[in-house]
Design a protein around this ligand. Structure first.
Ligand code: NAD
Length: 317
């Protein structure tokens, strides 16, 4: 129940696995939300995660955390979906299409029943893979407007890329402006034409080396495979990426982030979810920014869209 005189911010996380519980931790440590709810079909694991998290409450800003159910979505500001199967070592994200379409569809139906009856304005954010197809599934099943349902996209991939480039140039990752668009997966597109340091394109910097830059993209693309091979799952960086996106929503930041949403004619693409620079605030995606792309980048983006569109065709909703 909400106390009427106190302005609360509630994030409901569906999936209390690696990504869900680590995201709850990131939100809690950064003081981003005042209420965090975890939902999982594995009630025992969920209860354990809740206990572990709540034992740290005296070290952070006031926050309420509990194991909930879908009725908690009725007061949610953001519902974050990260339930479902994860990649096995060497498995591509697209290999998770079948099991996760069913899981995400069922979850979204339960969420929407509560959102539409009560707050109406909660944002649904998706991280379950294959991310772009699951975002499309969530959007279609929800019947909500495209600005209200979107995916974590290449925000994480872009952070990986920025860090690698920043290390090379001896800069802080926050001073390196570089990003990936397209699929969160094997056909993501590095936008070298807009990779810059305070407006100076990285290709004009004396330390720039084309082979190294290409290698950094390969490392970025393969990062999840490498991490899953060594420790079974990725979760710290995605949790921080999700925390950044949720903060942009709750604080109405108008932060330009690389999130995946339904394209409506950008670059001639439509009826597909992909990542493009997007203005994120309280109402969700306020604007998609269509930047000028180099011809090879545009071609790669179209190829990426085609791959996702082919996967979308396989989905039966
Ligand atoms: P995990 O196996 O640790 O957790 C998944 C959780 O989902 C489990 O606790 C499971 O009980 C729960 N679950 C399954 N079906 C459910 C249902 N119907 N309702 C409620 N809960 C259900 O997996 P993980 O490592 O947390 O990864 C979760 C998903 O996130 C995977 O699809 C993974 O590929 C994806 N992921 C995405 C990104 C990204 O950048 N978008 C990054 C990392 C992982």
């Amino acid at each position: 129940m909400r106390l009427p005189h106190i302005e609360t911010t509630r994030v409901v996380i569906v999936g209390a696995g690696n990504v869900g519980s680590t995201t709850a931790f990131a939100l809690m440590v950064q003081g981003i939300a005042s209420e965090i709810v975890l939902i999982d079909i594995d009630k025992k694991k969920c209860a354990g995660e809740i206990l572990d998290l709540t034992h740290g409450i005296s070290f952070v800003k006031p926050v309420r955390i509990w194991a909930g159910d879908y009725t908690d979505c009725k007061h949610a500001d953001v519902v974050f979906i990260c339930a479902g199967a994860k990649q096995k070592p060497g498995q591509p994200r697209l290999g998770l299409l079948r099991p996760n379409t069913k899981i995400v569809s069922e979850i979204v139906k339960k969420i929407v029943r509560n959102i539409t009856r009560y707050t109406k304005k909660a944002i649904i954010l998706v991280a379950t893979n294959p991310l772009d197809v699951m975002t499309y599934v969530a959007l279609k099943v929800s019947g909500l407007p495209p600005y209200q349902v979107f995916g974590t996209g290449t925000n994480l991939d872009s952070s990986r890329f920025r860090w690698l480039l920043a290390e090379k140039f001896g800069l802080a990752a926050t001073s390196m402006h570089a990003f990936l668009i397209g699929e969160h997966g094997d056909t993501s597109v590095p936008v070298f034409s807009h990779a810059n340091v305070m407006g100076k394109n990285i290709t004009e910097l004396p330390e720039y080396n084309q082979a190294a830059a290409k290698e950094f993209y390969e490392k970025t693309k393969n990062a999840a495979y490498d991490i899953i091979q060594s420790k079974g799952a990725t979760y710290y960086a995605i949790a921080l990426s999700v925390a950044e996106i949720i903060r942009a929503i709750l604080y109405d930041e108008n932060h330009v982030l690389l999130v995946s949403s339904l394209l409506t004619g950008q670059y001639g693409l439509r009826n597909v979810c992909l990542s493009l620079p997007s203005v994120v605030g309280r109402t969700g995606i306020k604007k998609i920014i269509e930047i000028d792309l180099a011809p090879d980048e545009l071609e790669k983006l179209k190829k990426s869209a085609k791959v996702i569109q082919e996967e979308i065709k396989k989905v039966k909703l």
